[in-house]
Design a protein around this ligand. Structure first.
Ligand code: NAP
Length: 301
């Protein structure tokens, strides 16, 4: 790689940042498409986020990604926020616009949707109610995507009911009914469902497993786990064994990077098997070190 005065710059701000997979993702694309650009990890302390974001235009950066703990705080700093990101309450992609202003998006919505389309192109939003396990930041993006895509009923199941109720309120949409269910009723909620999505951290290396019996779930339903460390969670293995079509979490991570890359470097990119292999190789091997990598996965990027 040759870095010159005309090399385009982008990066990811987080604290800590060392374990982020985003540099591997974006630099793979830069290399693959022969673009004069570089994507760097930027260790930015929470109290310095505003200074760092405001410095982007002055430093000639095209923009950046944001990961933990900056995704919510940045909403109040940037100049323009995409309406969906505002409803979700978090942004993960910042673009320096031609007028020097900072625009922010949440590309997890795009990442979830594109991954689903990629892996199960014939899945229809009309296939039946969606069951979403979890009500954290990732659940908000998943629910926004499902509602935008035309799912008419979303059953939101969470351990903390108040959090689920808040999500249902914030993401209320005209043609989508979001109902909230206690964690103890997760199996009953599967009846007649067309898709099940795990957005909890359960099943991730270093976290407890996700205990759920799939008996009530129609075999035609698609099962998605957005956890990707490990890639094949116990939920996906059990679903596969029952004959469900399954979707793992790595594709969501890869697809969510596309809108930012395209805005910063000016070229549409795709998610290939080679890319999946390259990013998978950056995830720590199994063992104690994996727990550290898994904890970092909470940042998703
Ligand atoms: N594939 C991707 O691109 C991608 C993108 C974003 C996130 N993710 C992954 O998605 C997962 C969630 O991320 P997040 O940012 O939404 O995290 P978060 O905001 O911390 O939410 C975690 C969720 O898991 C639930 N949970 C945790 N422990 C539980 C337990 N013992 N029993 C029942 N529920 C439990 C929480 O329930 P309470 O509300 O009751 O605490 C909450 O709903 C992480 O594994 C993250 O890495 C993947």
């Amino acid at each position: 790689m040759r870095i010159t005065g005309s090399t385009r710059l982008a990066g990811i701000m987080g604290w800590p940042i060392a374990h982020s997979r985003s540099p591997a993702l974006h630099n793979f694309w830069l290399d693959q498409y022969g673009i004069d650009g570089v994507y760097v990890p930027l260790a930015v302390r929470p109290e310095q986020l505003e200074t760092a974001l405001r410095a982007l235009p002055a430093l000639g950066f095209r923009g950046c990604n944001l990961t933990i703990p900056h995704k919510q705080k940045a909403l109040a700093i940037v100049d323009r926020v995409d309406p969906v990101a505002r409803r979700i309450g978090a942004v993960n992609t910042v673009v320096v616009a031609s007028d020097g202003r900072l625009e922010a998006w949440n590309t997890d919505v795009y990442g979830f949707r594109e991954n689903l389309r990629d892996i199960v192109p014939d899945w229809q939003a009309t296939a039946g109610p969606a069951v979403v396990l979890g009500a954290g930041g990732a659940a908000r993006a998943v629910i926004a995507a499902l509602a935008e895509d035309g799912v008419s009923e979303i059953r939101l199941v969470n351990r903390t009911m108040a959090r689920a109720a808040e999500v249902a309120h914030d993401l209320a949409a005209p043609r989508c009914r979001i109902t909230v269910h206690p964690w103890g009723e997760r199996e009953a909620a599967l009846r007649d469902a067309g898709i099940l999505v795990n957005t909890t951290s359960l099943g991730m290396v270093g976290e407890p497993g996700l205990e759920i019996e799939l008996t009530e779930l129609p075999v035609s339903a698609v099962v998605v786990d957005i956890v990707y460390v490990p890639l094949e969670t116990r939920l996906l293995a059990a679903a596969r064994q029952r004959g469900h079509r399954v979707v793992d979490g790595l594709g969501m991570l890869l697809h969510q990077g596309r809108p930012g890359f395209e805005a910063w470097f000016g070229i549409p990119v795709r998610v290939s098997d080679e890319l999946r292999t390259a990013v998978l190789a950056t995830l720590a091997p199994a063992g104690p070190a994996m727990a550290g990598a898994a904890r970092q996965q909470r940042g998703s990027q």
